[in-house]
Design a protein around this ligand. Structure first.
Ligand code: NAD
Length: 492
C-alpha cells in the first residue's frame, strides 16, 4: 500500500506520492515535482511522474482485469462500492485535511466535497437498476426484442486541480460498477487526495487491476489518448485542453466526454431579495477562492438594483476572512499556487487597464507572506467586450456588467463562449421562467448559491464548457460507460 502518503499525513517533510499500477504501489521513474501547500509554501510531498511505458503497463493490467471483472455479476460488483462509500464518510475529516493542505480550499468546503463524492458512489451502487435494458415481446409475430447494456472495457479519466476529492468520483464509481476497469490520471498539482481515496477503494475490497492510478502530466495524458486498449476518455479541466483531448481521443477512435472551463453569470433583477442574494453571490464568487467551474464570475445587475446591491456586496465581501483554509473562521483560502495568483493579479490589472473600477481590491491582502492569497475583488463598470468579462479568471474576482433589462441581461449571458452555469435572482416566477428558457447555458439556477447538479442528474455544461455528447454522472454516466446491444429472438 502507499505508506508513503501516510508519511505525508503524519507530517514528515518529504513523502513520496505513489502511483498504483498493476496491483502495486510504485514510484515511477520520471521527473519528480514538489507538492506545495499554497497557504504557506510548505512542501507536502514529492510526486514522481509516470511516462508512456507506465501507461502501457496500467492499460495492459486494466485490460486483463477487465476480462475477469466484466464476468462478475453487477450485484457483486457494487459490494466494494458500498464499503467504499462508508469509508469515505468515516474518513471525511482526514480526507478534507489532506485536500485543504494541497489545494487551499477551506476545511469545511473540502469536507463537503468529500461528502458529495460519497454521493456519487451511492448513486453508482444503484447500477443493477441503472443499467437495465428495455424489452418488448412480439415486435413481429413470434419475435421478441430486448436491449442489454454491457461494459465497454478499459476507461480512463483525467481530472483538474480544483476538486481532487470529487471529480475523479464523477467517473470511476460509475465505470467500475458498470463492469469496466479504470485508469485515473489526477491533476499533478493535487495528487495526495485522489491517492488516499484510491487507498480507501482498495481497502473496501476492490480487486487488484480494476483501478489503476497513474500520476503525471501531459506525457501521461497523451499516452492515454493514444493507447489502443483504452476505449473511453473522461476529461475535466480547462477548455483549451478539453478541446485537444476531445479531438485526440476521437482521432484514436475513442468515446470521449470532455468538460471544460466556464464564465458564469449571476443576473440580479430589481425585485431580488437583496440580503439573501448578496449572501448567495458571496458564496458563488468567492467560495473556494473562485476556483470552481460553477463559480459566479460576472455579476449582471439589471436596472436600478446595481447601486444598493453593490453597496451591500462590497460591505459583506470586505468582512470575509482570507487565510489558511485549515483555520476556523476563514472563508477564502489561497489560490492553488503562486502561478495562479500571478495569473489572477494579471487579470485584475488588465481589467483596470481596460476601464474597470475596482470597488473592492484584493490584490494587497495580508493573509500570510508565503501564501498564494488574493482577496475578494469586485470590478465595476466592466465593458462587455473586456477580457475580464469574457475570459475565465478562476479566482475571487467578480466583474460587474450592468444591464438595462432582462432581455439585455440574457443577451450578455448568451454572448459568452461558455455555457456552464448561471443563476438569476428574482421574486418573479415569470422572469425566472423566461430566463431558464432562453439562456444558452446547461445548468441554470434560480436564487441559488451554486446550482450544482446532484449525483443522479447530469453535469450538463454547454458550448465551450463541454465537448462530447454524454455528460458526467447521472444516467449519462451509465450510457457513457456502457454499450447497448439489441437482442432479437425467435423460437421455432
Ligand atoms: P487543466 O486543463 O490545466 O488540467 C486538467 C488536466 O489536464 C490535468 O490532469 C492536467 O495534467 C492535464 N493537462 C493540462 N495541460 C495539458 C495538455 N496540454 N495536454 C494534455 N493534458 C494536459 O485544468 P486545471 O487548471 O487543473 O483545472 C481548472 C480548470 O478546470 C478550469 O478551467 C475549470 O473551469 C475546469 N473545470 C471544469 C469543470 C466542469 O465540470 N466543466 C469542473 C472542474 C474544473
Amino acid at each position: 500500500m502507499s505508506t508513503l502518503i501516510s508519511e505525508a499525513r503524519v507530517g514528515k517533510p518529504v513523502a513520496v506520492t505513489s502511483s498504483y499500477i498493476a496491483g502495486e504501489w510504485v514510484a515511477p521513474g520520471g521527473e519528480s515535482h514538489a507538492i506545495v501547500n499554497p497557504a504557506n509554501g510548505e512542501t507536502l510531498a514529492i510526486l514522481p511522474y509516470a511516462g508512456a511505458a507506465d501507461v502501457d503497463r496500467a492499460a495492459q493490467a486494466a485490460h486483463a482485469a477487465w476480462l475477469r471483472w466484466r464476468e462478475v455479476p453487477v450485484v457483486d460488483r457494487v459490494q466494494p462500492l458500498y464499503r467504499f462509500k462508508a469509508l469515505l464518510e468515516k474518513n471525511v475529516r482526514e480526507l478534507g485535511t489532506i485536500l485543504t493542505r494541497e489545494n487551499g480550499k477551506t476545511l469545511e468546503d473540502a469536507m463537503t466535497e468529500v461528502k458529495r463524492a460519497a454521493q456519487m458512489v451511492e448513486v453508482a451502487c444503484g447500477m443493477p437498476s441503472l443499467m437495465m435494458g428495455d424489452s418488448l415481446n412480439d415486435v413481429a409475430k413470434g419475435i421478441d426484442c430486448r436491449t442489454v447494456r454491457q461494459p465497454i472495457g478499459v476507461c480512463a479519466g483525467i481530472t483538474p486541480f480544483n476538486f481532487p476529492g470529487m471529480v475523479p468520483l464523477w467517473m470511476y464509481p460509475f465505470a467500475i460498477a458498470a463492469g469496466n476497469t479504470f485508469i485515473l490520471k489526477p491533476s499533478e498539482r493535487v495528487p495526495m487526495t485522489p491517492t488516499r481515496v484510491v487507498e480507501l477503494l482498495l481497502e473496501a475490497g476492490l480487486p487488484a487491476g480494476v483501478i489503476q492510478l497513474v500520476h503525471g502530466g501531459r506525457e501521461v495524458v497523451e499516452a492515454l489518448l493514444a493507447h489502443p486498449l483504452i476505449r473511453a476518455i473522461s476529461f475535466v479541466g480547462s477548455s483549451p485542453v478539453a478541446k485537444i483531448v476531445y479531438k485526440e481521443a476521437a482521432a484514436h477512435g475513442k468515446r470521449v466526454q470532455a468538460l471544460g472551463g466556464a464564465k458564469n453569470h449571476l443576473v440580479v433583477m430589481p425585485d431580488a431579495d437583496l440580503p439573501q442574494t448578496v449572501d448567495a453571490i458571496l458564496g458563488s464568487a468567492f467560495g473556494a477562492a473562485g476556483q470552481r467551474c460553477l463559480a459566479g464570475s460576472v455579476l449582471v445587475p439589471v436596472g436600478e438594483v446595481a447601486e444598493p446591491l453593490l453597496e451591500l456586496l462590497v460591505k459583506k465581501a470586505q468582512a470575509l476572512r482570507v487565510g489558511d483554509g485549515l483555520e476556523s473562521g476563514v472563508a477564502v483560502g489561497p489560490l492553488v499556487g503562486a502561478d495562479q495568483k500571478k495569473r489572477v493579479l494579471g487579470y485584475i490589472e488588465k481589467g483596470i487597464a481596460e476601464g474597470a473600477e475596482p470597488i473592492l481590491d484584493g490584490r494587497n491582502i495580508s493573509a500570510g507572506p508565503a501564501g498564494a492569497f488574493v482577496g475578494p475583488t469586485v470590478l465595476d463598470h466592466v465593458e462587455r467586450t473586456a477580457s475580464v468579462a469574457r475570459e475565465e479568471i478562476f479566482g475571487p474576482v467578480l466583474s460587474v456588467v450592468r444591464a438595462r433589462t432582462l432581455d439585455d441581461a440574457i443577451a450578455v449571458v448568451n454572448s459568452s463562449e461558455f455555457g456552464n452555469n448561471t443563476t438569476i435572482y428574482t421574486k418573479s416566477g415569470k422572469a425566472a421562467r423566461e430566463y431558464e428558457s432562453r439562456v444558452e447555458v446547461g445548468m441554470v439556477g434560480v436564487n441559488m448559491t451554486v446550482a450544482a447538479p446532484m449525483a443522479f442528474f447530469p453535469f450538463a455544461g454547454w458550448k465551450n464548457s463541454f465537448f462530447g455528447d454524454l455528460h458526467a454522472h447521472g444516467k449519462d454516466a451509465v450510457a457513457f460507460y456502457t454499450d447497448q446491444k439489441v437482442l432479437m429472438t425467435r423460437w421455432f
